[in-house]
Design a binder for this molecule. Structure first.
Ligand SMILES: [Zn+2]
Length: 308
């Protein structure tokens, strides 16, 4: 007589903790954002170019469709920075959308840079457009779909969705965001960064940063149970040179401010920073699964970090 209600309670508690299967992004939209943002028409989305603005307008449009809030005029944070390579001051623009949380005043900041390196030296095939499909139209496409998801399924923490500019010029958009954040920096529960998440021939993706923040590992492992691609940890050991990704993308600017972070990304492939980083090279199944895996991690972190 007694074990039944107890078992039922246990099952209900488990269901409350575990993500259900419907927690996923819209596959077709995810792929169409990726294809459009990395099309030749957008010419590699280099910071300051007209095509960068086209990409930005597209992201703003998506945030508006998802009915996101924002602390910024028309979702845009403008910033200036000194470009050493070009020897002048450049202007960058981040796109920032916001979904208020139901249970916490703290903020999860999800970042993905939408800029890439533009048009450059042609490869052997004469292609000079560096499309930056994996780097990082992929993270941007996932960011757009996560914004849509959490707009429909309100998170416990507030979430700031940040499509960042100027990453390829030295994490400039991320530096500008932490330098002029809409709340106190200690209101940030975590920065979750995505950069290069659409392909890996071994079916692996990394969650990097748990060396610095070991409390995250168990949470992420729980979210990844039974899912593909395989979630691996590492690339975050100090003193390992370029094998240490702690400052390799926008999460580095958060790390420098003492903010907890986790970075999702794949290991480099031969098309990294080449004109051949194109939509045709992407394995759609991998990308959709990776986006859903990261979404599951975000949902799990949103739940687990409440207890901190
Ligand atoms: Zn890059």
């Amino acid at each position: 007589m007694y074990f039944r209600p107890k078992l039922l309670t246990l099952l209900l508690a488990l269901f409350a903790l575990q993500p259900v299967f419907s927690q996923s992004v819209r596959d077709k939209n995810l792929l169409s954002h990726l294809e459009y943002l990395s099309s030749d028409e957008l010419r590699g989305r280099k910071t300051g170019t007209p095509e960068s603005e086209v990409a930005r307008n597209y992201i703003v449009e998506q945030f508006k469709n998802s009915k996101l809030n924002t602390q910024y005029p028309d979702f845009i944070q403008e910033f200036r920075f000194q470009s050493r390579r070009e020897g002048k001051t450049l202007e960058g623009k981040n796109v920032l959308g916001f979904v208020p949380g139901t249970d916490s005043k703290k903020v999860i900041v999800i970042t993905a840079h939408y800029d890439h390196v533009g048009v450059g030296r042609p490869n052997a095939e004469g292609d000079s457009i560096y499309n930056g499909t994996d780097d990082n139209a992929s993270g941007t496409a996932a960011l757009i779909e996560f914004a849509e998801y959490f707009s429909k399924n309100p998170p416990k923490h507030s979430i700031l969705f940040a499509a960042l500019d100027g990453e390829e010029m030295g994490l400039q958009g991320a530096k500008a965001l932490v330098a002029d954040f809409p709340f106190e920096l200690d209101m940030i529960a975590i920065n979750i960064n995505m950069d290069m998440i659409s392909r890996n021939e071994n079916g692996e993706i990394y969650a990097s940063g748990t060396h610095h923040h070991p409390q995250l590992k168990q949470i992420l492992e729980a979210a990844a149970v039974g899912k593909s691609p395989q979630l691996k940890f590492g690339h975050d050991l100090p003193g390992t040179g370029s094998d240490d990704w702690t400052k390799s993308s926008d999460h580095g600017a958060f790390y420098d401010k003492g903010i907890t972070h986790v970075y999702f990304g794949v290991e480099d492939h031969p098309d990294y920073h080449q004109p051949s980083d194109e939509f045709q090279q992407v394995e759609p199944g991998f990308f959709i699964d990776a986006a859903n895996l990261i979404l599951a991690c975000v949902i799990q972190l949103d739940e687990a970090l409440l207890k901190e």
